[in-house]
Design a protein around this ligand. Structure first.
Ligand code: WTA
Length: 632
């Protein structure tokens, strides 16, 4: 089926996808290489839940990402890799070269004992070898679990243990902006409590002295010399696991979201081509996310390769060496489609137009936004100053659990409206419900966002704990997938995501659970209890506000604050450090002992005179103290 090219076609396809979803997605799936056709297009129920797309079909996603393109695109660039340091040599990989590197590294994984179904943890900076490592796992049917390079040893070991990884792929260090960051040292610390890990493959990125553990550690560059580039793709069932990606929820530790091979392939490819209007909007695409997050998995690695696109992959940060870096890179590679996060847009806006005007930016055709709600001001700045008023902005709403974009304009086709993700993509059936789960019909309404029918890349399970998956996403409202987001539907039927309605924060586009931060803070010896909430932050979207009760320590507030930040950095990583810490003697609790977060959120937002009903509190005086000590 061809790409949608007009709004009428969108409406037709949408209708078709709802009237007959199976026929709709089967038609999409036909274009790929399958070594055996599926037995059944869709099996599903949202009660267990059990969802299977294209079951019985056999394929390998890397054949579709790589081999399939070789006859026509062998010499086309798959990735332009732009290093952190502008003066360092950039690297480019054609489809042929990428295919070769993936096959070689797949053989390295095999040589080191990796088998189909084994879990491989990948903890690396944004270098081409990161994409190669993911694809090499997929080539041999191993399941990758990528951990963002900014996570701490403690966070890393938790993820390695949870899915029982046998192999870890990492690097000596990483460059991010002006900093060189240790990676191997963090991995070594994590591995002290991960006896299940048999082999560690280390890439030398920064040329540092590497501490190699005998019998366990091998060097990427040595291993790669010992293998050839012949690696037949393992044929996978469409419902075999492709990867696990950990993400924060409202309670407990991060959970391992599981995606499978067939449906994920079909859906990410479909959304990439339609949302960004690839290739008619141009062939060079740049998504600035890190592959450690789902955006990078779906829209740096899999979807662009499935579509045969040319991508830019960037190692650094938007503000190094200065706040013009993104714009300089766009001009350098003549980027046509640019996909970034609102937090980056706001930070660059704050740096001033002086960093934008030196660049032409005339190659740009489509701009994208992802990860958090984009406020109207940032949207307008992006539209006017980067897109020069002529590039449509696709505000793409989706989640780790959805695998691909669910609600978004189609570039140049759907009329946009600042801060609206606009309309559901074909195959996506959103509904708004009230607290009790009753559907809220009509337009000009607001409610909790659910989806009532499976799309091909919906979460299948949470690794090792299917009940948790059911509880988290399918138990709140019977027969609906619950997103955890609040949402408005305006008079035109356009969707606007208002943010999380659960205890998940979104800080600079990073998903962080309040419970995780609290448990990290509580590790501090002087802390008795803590409560963490998000509050509006000009650049980050949300900041983290922590209320802490401490023992009678003689420590001054500043020392305590620094120690808490160190504790959170140690347990999770610097991205989860609270912006504000208020020391309190009590927390507002109900008689049954539940913390009333609503009140804490209001105080953090600075709405001190609008706290709502506090009569059910055990000790209303606590609120007065909290108000008096609130940090502005
Ligand atoms: C939020 C990132 C508003 C939302 C792809 C969601 C957004 C969470 C948007 C998922 C958007 C993502 N507008 N909010 N365009 N995109 N979100 O799993 O709250 O890291 O539930 O996936 O980010 O974050 P995750």
């Amino acid at each position: 089926m061809a790409r949608i090219t007009s709004f009428e076609q969108y409406q037709e396809q949408y209708k078709k996808s709802v009237d007959n979803p199976e026929a709709f997605w089967a038609e999409q799936a036909e274009q790929f290489t399958w070594s055996k056709k599926w037995d059944k297009i869709l099996n599903w129920n949202f009660t267990e839940p059990k969802i299977e797309w294209f079951a019985g079909g056999k394929l390998n996603i890397t054949e579709n990402c790589l081999d399939r393109h070789l006859p026509e695109k062998a010499d086309q660039v798959a990735y332009y890799w732009e290093p952190n340091e502008p003066t360092e040599k950039a690297v480019q990989l054609t489809y042929k070269q990428l295919h070769e590197e993936v096959c070689k590294f797949a053989n390295v994984l095999k040589k080191n004992g990796t088998k189909k179904g084994d879990r491989v943890c990948i903890y690396m900076p944004m270098v081409p070898e990161l994409a190669i490592a993911l694809l090499a796992c997929a080539r041999i049917g191993a399941v990758h679990s990528v951990v963002f390079g900014g996570f701490s040893a403690s966070a890393l070991s938790g993820r390695i243990q949870d899915c029982d990884c046998k192999i870890v792929v990492t690097s000596d260090g990483a460059y991010r902006g002006a900093k060189a960051i240790p990676i191997k040292a963090v991995a070594d610390e994590a591995l002290e409590i991960c006896p299940g890990v048999e082999k560690v493959i280390v890439l030398n990125r920064t040329g540092s002295e590497i501490n190699m553990v005998a019998g366990r550690d091998v060097l990427w560059e040595d291993e790669i010399k010992m293998v050839n580039a012949d690696c037949p793709a393992e044929q996978m069932d469409a419902e075999d696991m492709l990867f696990i990606l950990y993400t924060s929820g409202s309670t407990g530790k991060p959970k391992g979201v599981v995606h499978t091979c067939g449906g994920y392939m079909v859906y990410t490819h479909y959304t990439f081509e339609n949302v960004f209007q690839y290739p008619s909007s141009g062939g060079v695409y740049w998504c600035t996310a890190d592959i450690g997050w789902v955006t990078g998995h779906s829209y740096i690695v899999y979807a662009p390769l499935l579509a045969g696109a040319t991508s830019v992959m960037f190692e650094g940060v938007p503000t190094y060496p200065d706040a013009g870096r993104f714009w300089q890179v766009i001009d350098k590679y003549k980027v046509n489609i640019f996909y970034t996060a609102p937090t980056a847009i706001r930070a660059l806006e704050a740096s001033g137009l002086g960093f934008v005007t030196p660049y032409k930016l005339d190659s740009l055709k489509v701009l994208g936004s992802v990860g958090e709600p984009i406020n109207e001001e940032a949207w307008t700045w992006y539209h006017e100053n980067i897109g020069k008023g002529k590039c449509p902005i696709v505000d793409t709403w989706w989640q780790t659990e959805t695998g691909g974009i669910l609600i978004s304009p189609l570039a140049g086709i759907t009329k946009t409206k600042p801060s609206f993700a606009t309309l559901p993509l074909p195959g996506v059936q959103p509904i708004l419900v009230d607290e009790k789960g009753n559907e809220i019909t009509g337009n000009g309404v607001e409610g909790n966002l659910c989806i009532k029918f499976p799309w091909p890349s919906i979460i299948r399970t949470t690794y090792g704990d299917h009940e948790r998956c059911r509880q988290n996403y399918f138990a709140t409202y019977p027969n609906l997938y619950f997103t955890g987001d609040g949402c408005k539907r305006d008079e035109d039927g356009y969707y606007r995501i208002t943010g999380r309605v659960d205890d998940v924060m979104n800080v600079s586009g990073h998903r962080i659970g309040t419970a995780e931060v609290e448990s990290a803070i509580n590790m501090h010896i002087d802390i008795v209890e803590s409560a963490v909430v998000g509050y509006p932050h000009d650049i980050k979207g949300q900041g983290i506000y922590a209320y802490v009760i401490c023992t009678n320590s003689k420590k001054d507030a500043e020392t305590l604050r620094k120690e808490i930040l160190a504790e959170v950095t140690k347990m999770i990583g610097p991205i989860a450090k609270p912006d504000k810490i208020q020391i309190v003697t009590g927390l507002p609790k109900t008689r049954s002992g539940k913390i009333m977060r609503r009140i804490l959120r209001k105080v953090a937002e600075g709405e001190l005179n609008n706290l709502g009903d506090t009569s059910t509190l055990l000790d209303p005086m606590v609120v007065e103290e909290i108000k008096a000590g609130a940090i502005k």
